[in-house]
Design a protein around this ligand. Sequence first.
Ligand SMILES: Nc1nc2c(ncn2[C@@H]2O[C@H](COP(=O)(O)OP(=O)(O)O)[C@@H](O)[C@H]2O)c(=O)[nH]1
Ligand SMILES: [Mg+2]
Length: 208
Amino acid sequence: MTHWRSETICTAYNAGQLPGPELPEVVFVGRSNVGKSTLINVLLGRVSKKIAYVSSKPGKTRSANFYRIYTGGAGVQTFCLVDMPGYGYAARGRVERENWWRLVNGYFAGGRDTAFVIHLIDFRHGPLGGDRELTDWLGDLDMPRLVVFTKGDKVPKGRKKAFYEKYVSPGMLSLLPPFVTCGKNDDAAERLREAIPKIIAELRDNLC
Ligand SMILES: Nc1nc2c(ncn2[C@@H]2O[C@H](COP(=O)(O)OP(=O)(O)O)[C@@H](O)[C@H]2O)c(=O)[nH]1
Ligand SMILES: [Mg+2]
């Protein structure tokens, strides 16, 4: 089992509070409540003693949270994970939506060393409102994207293959075939933990 050491660098509520670019960054994006913070806790081995704030109520995280990771394994050994606030929460008002956009746009326009984005999608529903816009926007930015499905445990075993094919066959763009996670430190989480530093290294080497 791969083990990552981690520490919190910063919590930014607006673009002015973003930390200086220091290390390659892997950014978790997706709708509110899709499971971004849960997956970060799983990857960091923090299932019982959480580091990223998890809530059953959507729209709770309004900040971008930066975690410094030391892997000790193959690929790039030190990088950052960024937990971005989610979108698609209908009850959010106009001012909050504008704040969200300023923070996210400020992040991506800031000339940072973003290696790639992990786009989380609820496996029960597939891409929903906001997910397609995000995909198009990331495409316009030439930002590499890895798709990770969450809440795979909520789809009956016998239907998982059909769900997967339905989402992936229209040509879903992803650096690797999408992972299906269940909010647990299982085989999929372990494969993702191994893949992330390798993808950062490969993207970097391709640029040299
Ligand atoms: N069953 C199940 N629940 C999950 C999974 N991922 C997240 N959750 C739950 O979904 C809710 C929202 O999770 P959270 O990580 O806070 O979502 P975020 O808003 O995207 O950061 C919480 O109640 C989590 O326990 C998963 O893979 N399976
Ligand atoms: Mg969250």
